[in-house]
Design a binder for this molecule. Sequence first.
Ligand code: SG7
Ligand code: ZN
Length: 259
Amino acid sequence: SIAQWSYNPNAVDGPQNWKEDCSTGKRQSPIDIETAKTVMDKELGTFTLVNYNKTLNKTFRATNNGHALEMGFPGRAYNVSGGGLNGVYTTVQFHFHWGANNTVGSEHIVNGKEYAAELHFVSFNTKYANLGEAVDKPDGLAVLGLLIEVGEHNNSAFSFLEVANKLVEPFSIVNDVPAFTFEHLLPDDKTKFFRYNGSLTTPTCLESVTWTVFNDHVFISQYQMNLLRRLKKNGTLAEFGNYRPVQPLNNRIVKSSFP
Ligand code: SG7
Ligand code: ZN
């Protein structure tokens, strides 16, 4: 069973005291991406995102899982390959991390700068039978991450965030969210990204994630940002957000797909 954990920096169950790989691992996430130290890798190439540009005849499941707003999909409908990934990964969910105000909230930071939110598309390697089989394998998961800033305008690609009004209470679920396309959730330029080997950013912080963080950011409005902040978990989501502090890089190299 999963022990209780929180994002409260001062609590016994807070990020400094998370157990297992969170405390002992050497390839933990998130990290501060120091762009001057990244190494360009021409082999990273472009992503193939199957069905990300389609509105499939399906419904999604939106959840306040107590730690994030998560949108789940039917397995093997959306696939990710290329971009230097080995094999084909199938997307099972995306979720958000955010802060109590716009100066914090992203998990990855770039040259020390934090952003208001971060969106993670979670996919598992189809060489494994399912997410559960993949989640503890070194090449089990690929997460596509993008940094979110607050801008002037509502971003119509994110209008599904209205579902947050029905997810205020922890462990709420809305099962019948009509499918929408993903492509405009991602930055227009998907050829510029950072790549490193890391972990899940929540307990038990399993070291199974091939991370992609796109260089370009995405903008949502203050209104849309506030929809995320409505989610509750005994008050702690509103007070501390749901982002893990950055972790030591150790001997890892962060690659970039661009000069
Ligand atoms: C979120 O972040 C959830 C988790 C996710 C975790 O709290 O969306 O999803 C589930 C199914 O528990 O964990 C295995 C997994 O996807 C960590 O994901 S992350 O490393 O991309 N932040
Ligand atoms: Zn995440």
